[in-house]
Design a protein around this ligand. Sequence first.
Ligand SMILES: Cc1cc2nc3c(=O)[nH]c(=O)nc-3n(C[C@H](O)[C@H](O)[C@H](O)COP(=O)(O)OP(=O)(O)OC[C@H]3O[C@@H](n4cnc5c(N)ncnc54)[C@H](O)[C@@H]3O)c2cc1C
Length: 474
Amino acid sequence: MKLNSPLLEAENHYPVLIVGGGIVGAGIFRDLSLHGVPSLLVEKKDFSSQTSQSSSKMLHGGIRYLENLDFALVFEALHEKNLWLKLAPHLCYEQPFYMPVYKDALRPLWMVKCGLFLYDFLSSFQNSPHQTNNTAKTLKDIKHLRETGLTGSGVYYDAIVDDAKLTLEVIYDGLTHKASQALNHVALESVEIEGKLYKCHLKDGLTGDMRMITTDNLVFATGPFTDQLMNKLDIVKWAPKLLPSKGSHLWLSKEALPIKHPVVLTPKDGRVIFVIPRNGRVLVGTTEVQPEENFFDIDSSPLETDYLIHNINEYFPSAQVKKEDILSTFAGIRPLVKADSGDKGKTAREHKLFQPRSNLYLMLGGKYTTFRTMASDVAREICSKARIPYSSNKTKQPLKRPSAVLPFDPTTFTIENVQKAMENELVRTFEDLLIRRLGIPSLDHWDHELSFEEFFKEIEPELTNHFGINPLLK
Ligand SMILES: Cc1cc2nc3c(=O)[nH]c(=O)nc-3n(C[C@H](O)[C@H](O)[C@H](O)COP(=O)(O)OP(=O)(O)OC[C@H]3O[C@@H](n4cnc5c(N)ncnc54)[C@H](O)[C@@H]3O)c2cc1C
């Protein structure tokens, strides 16, 4: 397949250049467009292919942050969750999360009940109301749960989101400003500062084309990659701001763990593991380990996979989940901002805007759920400098364009339809199209020279392996 480079058609200058096409960059891009400020968004890989598609896929207040007394953060995140349930109901839905409580637990059932009341209170009672269940009801609702020592469960409401698709739709919404542009597989390689202007050297990773584009405002929404990138670019004095932590997930087959509702496990090591049934599979995560050097396209390690399987069998002993029940694994790096004291738990998911120069912005920390408020902090600053009236209410509108049509079926899975979908959805490779549609992790062996038919033939066994059947041709 011959690849074009949209980079070659971009303008020479943009008022704002945003680096990073995860949810935070997407949010800033949309917010600026809605305020009439055109910008260029560049993403080194595919849009939303890194941390923003490797989350636990929850829009949530963060029940565990209550213990840190992070009430402002929980309040903000709960209100954002409930807002997005209204703005994008096709991509997120509310679910009851069950917290089983055991005799030897750190928090007895009465304490869980108080916490859940506080959680609902902080949502201004927009959450569906929490409940507590006795042992019999808990065991009836959650199949295979360990009975020994169970004293009941607390149930609270959070949301499940299609993280990758929401990011795409936020980007599409930003494109409604005619002069705004979003380019995937385009990386920022180096920057020269000339007075107040930034000369940004950009490279198309698929074609190798290079371009220099100037901007008045440079925004980094590069999440966990920020410290490494700032080191490489060397444009300002930059001490590392992140305490990155790797989190891994497993997808299990529904048959291996047939539960109907999300369950929150609290093993004795103090971590939290979410078990979330979704689209005929069950998501299990996460771990918290020190990441290695490379943060791009990472996966779960054997040790992390064993840890998750071990805990699943501790809590659901009669299910007897085995490694063979794993359909796939994925991992991401949490972009946690260092606390002044260096205490990781304390700053957890708060976001912070760094501005080492008046027109250089770096948005760090936060979490998926709070992307709109993170974006707002950057957009407000840029608008205020340009004397453009700013109202965050503009971003409280529903998204305008859906991210993808339904999966192909045997009659629609033709080269013409695949190419049309790629044009409509800003997809540049067959591989990206499949990953976006099917939510599978990266296919390592994609060869750009292959025709669509050759490519599909090559990956067919891999698709069948991941899903049990080939989902495109069932
Ligand atoms: C395991 C795990 C579970 C999580 N679960 C949840 C959850 O359930 N709910 C929740 O609210 N939050 C959750 N989070 C947090 C949330 O996923 C992140 O806070 C959020 O996705 C970060 O988004 P981002 O846009 O900052 O980063 P990213 O999505 O990583 O985007 C940054 C982008 O910058 C790009 N980039 C890097 N260098 C360059 C360059 N030189 N040029 C161009 N582009 C570049 C990268 O390719 C990347 O796509 C979780 C995080 C992890 C790791």
